[in-house]
Design a protein around this ligand. Structure first.
Ligand SMILES: N[C@@H]1[C@@H](O)[C@H](O)[C@@H](COP(=O)(O)O)O[C@@H]1O
Length: 243
């Protein structure tokens, strides 16, 4: 794993933006894997800025998001589809039909997972996948214990994950109990992966990811076995790693 050391959140976001733009500029039909949460917001702000400065076009870009809450519709401000529309898609020239987020309100969530997986397979590959890091080592919404050979599936969210994400909702009771997430094997098939890590609360999980054993108890540890992973970590997140 390649680790890029940056000073702070803003530098992490800029660095991630330039790596992503390399792909968008050099692939004929770029396929991006995108994430939600607080961590990639700065990256999206940087991408919008580059677009507004006419430095990039997204007209041939396709995107696949990692996950979505079950039960939240696309116009629910806490849905990840809403997040992506507001934080990125509506500000750039990407075509609506080329942006993919699993539906949280599909009548049959299991079928939705199959259809989503199928779409990813049809796109052939994800050129670059952006990941954040959950405090318990989750990637996407793949909680501890998820099989490394999982494909897109429905998950029960850990109480700790619901608590960590409760800050976005009125109360913990409003946080959905289930989500649809790309599987670990699906994520691992991406040609390249960029993991963004910022802030002191991520220092412990980052250390376990880098130095710990590869185990389904800590899903992000699988990244040690991928041939093209870049971790961009700021100072606060790096206090417990030895590099
Ligand atoms: N499902 C998302 C993940 O995709 C995200 O990477 C992680 C960290 O979130 P944050 O970036 O807000 O710390 O938790 C959320 O639950």
């Amino acid at each position: 794993m390649n680790i890029i050391k940056v000073k702070d959140y803003e530098e992490m976001s800029q660095k991630a933006c330039s790596l992503l733009l390399d792909v968008v500029e050099n692939e004929r039909k770029p396929v991006l894997g995108l994430a939600t949460g607080s961590t990639p917001e700065g990256l999206y702000r940087n991408l919008i800025e580059k677009y507004e400065q006419h430095e990039v076009t997204f007209e041939d870009t396709t995107t696949f998001n990692l996950d979505e809450y079950v039960g939240l519709a696309k116009d629910d401000p806490n849905s990840y589809r809403y997040f992506m529309n507001e934080k990125l898609f509506k500000h750039i020239n990407i075509q609506d039909e080329n942006t993919h987020v699993p539906s949280g309100v599909a009548e049959d969530p299991k079928q939705e997972c199959k259809d989503y997986e199928q779409l990813i397979q049809e796109a052939d590959r994800i050129d670059i996948q952006i990941l954040g890091l959950g405090l318990n080592g989750h990637i996407g919404f793949n909680e501890p214990g998820t099989s490394f050979s999982s494909r897109t599936h429905v998950v029960e969210l850990d109480e700790s994950t619901r608590n960590a994400n409760a800050r976005f909702f009125d109360s913990i009771d409003d946080v959905p109990t289930q989500a649809i997430t790309m599987g670990i094997e699906t994520i691992m098939e991406s040609k390249s992966i960029i993991l963004l890590v910022s802030g002191a609360n991520k220092a412990e999980p980052l250390a376990r990811l880098v130095h710990g054993e590869v185990s389904e108890d800590f899903p992000a540890s699988i990244l040690q076995t991928h041939g093209n992973v870049t971790i961009i970590a700021d100072e606060a997140a790096r206090t417990k790693i030895d590099l």
